[in-house]
Design a protein around this ligand. Structure first.
Ligand SMILES: [Fe+2]
Length: 270
């Protein structure tokens, strides 16, 4: 199988799949309002810098649909601290680079608790749902399946997660107003996308700096997960993807600052 790094893949890609948006919306509403923040819902997925994680994700709420593999070694506070030491805690830029490099090696040297590939055990509320059917329609096994919510007026701090050689991030928007925008920065150009909640599924190249701004009036809710390998990316032809993809017109913008200011203002107002 062709394995590609972030520059060999588009920033985003609309998969050749279509799901039933009504069913997705019904399932999402069934789960009610049991969302928590990333640190509450993923206690084991400790980071070498909790404050950094909280600053990035404090407005990003989720319901986990898969959890830490119980057969993997149990995570401990010590294991988190140990990783913090090897990754260079205290200096955000060093620890981020170290974490990125660790993950670029497909997680082989990661503590099991920090390896997202171990977050693959279905929760009770996930089993037998349409969400499971959607996720299982992909060729690769999924990890960290969750329902995520970004409230109106909220934004995430721009960040990098990991290279697509570590795992392949997929998003299926369920509720999204057109004022919800995904931003990426690639080769110092800002790209902006609205992801329509019409049953489409998208690959997100989260090796590039990215964020989401919800300037709408309702929460943006999505099914989000990662795939263990790149088998589902084989539908993407080889090529130079630095300035194109299959998302229609690639919008090169310079409007993130404006939207962020607007989102921040709304944040103060609520
Ligand atoms: Fe991210």
């Amino acid at each position: 199988m062709l394995i590609r790094k972030k520059y060999q893949l588009p920033t985003m890609w609309k998969f050749n799949k279509k799901f039933d948006i009504k069913k997705l919306q019904e399932e999402a509403l069934k789960l009610g309002n049991s969302y928590g923040n990333v640190m509450e819902t993923n206690k084991a997925l400790c980071s070498n810098n909790h404050e950094l994680v909280m600053s990035v994700y404090k407005h990003f709420k989720q319901i986990n649909l898969t959890e830490f593999d119980p057969s993997a070694e149990s995570p401990t506070v010590e294991s988190c601290e140990a990783l913090g030491k090897t990754a260079g805690t205290g200096d955000e830029s060093i620890s981020k680079i170290a974490k990125y490099k660790l993950k670029s090696r497909r997680g082989e040297s990661l503590d099991p608790a920090l390896n997202e590939h171990n977050y693959n055990t279905p929760t009770e509320q996930y089993k037998g749902t349409y969400f499971e059917e959607v996720v299982n329609s992909f060729n690769a096994d999924a990890i960290r399946v969750r329902l995520v919510r970004l409230d109106p007026g909220k934004t995430l701090t721009p960040h990098i997660d990991y290279d697509p050689t570590y795992a392949v991030r997929v998003i299926v928007p369920i509720f999204a107003e057109k004022e919800a925008t995904n931003y990426f920065w690639r080769k110092s150009k800002e790209e902006a996308y609205h992801l329509e909640a019409d049953g489409s599924a998208y690959f997100l190249n989260i090796g590039f700096t990215h964020t989401v701004v919800n300037s709408g009036n309702t929460p943006r809710v999505s099914l989000m997960f990662s795939l263990k390998d790149q088998s589902d990316l084989q539908e993407i032809p080889e090529g130079n993807w630095n300035e194109t993809n299959n998302m229609g017109d690639l919008r090169i913008t310079n409007d993130y600052k404006e939207h962020k200011a607007e989102a921040d203002a709304q944040q103060l107002a609520v």
